[in-house]
Write a protein that binds this ligand. Structure first.
Ligand code: NAG
Length: 266
């Protein structure tokens, strides 16, 4: 009886391609506020999951770390598929926000890339991943710019590409909601107009002065050019003009004479 229960338990855990990814008690974070461009209209910069998966499926050398990006609907969408056999190349950016999925897999990375940092580097450096930075988008799982002003949650997962059963073997928690900047975000407008009052006025003044000098120079050159032209070119120009006028006149006069003479004769 006891062994039957064990067999049933084993079957539910491992059989039929179903299993539960190991939860890692780590919540991905946006980089600290002093890092420029941590959140823009189309990107968000996450800290790398260094050391995070080191104790998960340690025998799996070929495992990859993927980033999952989801909107609210996509969070439950991902949760509903993660216990089965997942094919990351089916969960693309195009299917996420131009399709119906609401989530996608991106930034596939070898697990050893996210090993623990050496002690010398860890205190000063920030290891970051900019989500939405790949332009142009060249592959189905590319890291394409996110929809402006959208709300997203993100998590890292550990993926075993060599097994035909549940292949998401580890996952972190979801980030909290990340709100990208909107084109008309009031904070954005206030901060940029604040900068405008200082720097922009100086730049505008300098540009105005430069434009004035340029115009003055242009006027001076124009004046010089005109004077030279008029003093130098009196003779040759008038000759050609007269020449062409003569020709024209002759032609005209011939006609006129033809017309005038008969009239005159009559
Ligand atoms: C998430 O994205 C999907 C696909 O574009 C969309 O159908 C869904 O309404 C979105 N959910 C939210 C909460 O924006």
């Amino acid at each position: 009886m006891k062994s039957l229960v064990q067999v049933v338990l084993l079957c539910t855990l491992c059989g039929g391609g179903y299993g539960v990814p190991e939860n890692v008690p780590y919540t991905p974070e946006i980089v600290p506020i002093r890092v420029p461009g941590r959140i823009t209209q189309t990107t968000a910069t996450l800290e790398l999951p260094l050391c995070v998966f080191d104790n998960v499926e340690t025998i799996c050398r070929n495992c990859k770390v993927w980033l999952v990006v989801a909107n609210d609907t996509g969070v439950s969408g991902f949760d509903s598929i993660k216990n089965g056999i997942v094919n990351p190349s089916q969960h693309t950016y195009q299917n996420a926000f131009m399709g119906t999925d609401g989530f996608y897999f991106t930034v596939k990375t070898r697990r050893d890339t996210y090993g623990c940092p050496t002690t010398t580097a860890s205190t000063t450096q920030i290891f970051a991943l900019r989500v939405g930075s790949e332009v142009p988008c060249r592959s189905p799982n590319c890291n394409a710019p996110l929809p402006t002003g959208g709300m997203f949650r993100m998590k890292y997962i550990l993926f075993n590409p060599d097994i035909q059963t549940a292949n998401v073997v580890g996952e972190t928690r979801w980030t909290s909601q990340i709100k990208l900047l909107n084109a008309r975000d009031p904070n954005d407008i206030v901060s940029s107009s604040g900068r405008r009052t200082g720097g922009m006025v100086v730049i505008t003044t300098i540009l105005a002065i430069l434009l004035f000098l340029l115009l003055a120079l242009f006027a001076a050159m124009l004046a010089m050019f005109c004077c030279k032209k008029s003093s130098k070119s009196d003779f040759p120009e008038s000759i050609t003009t007269i020449g062409s006028l003569r020709k024209y006149n002759t032609h005209n006069l011939q006609h006129k004479r033809d017309l005038v003479t008969p009239k005159g004769k009559i």
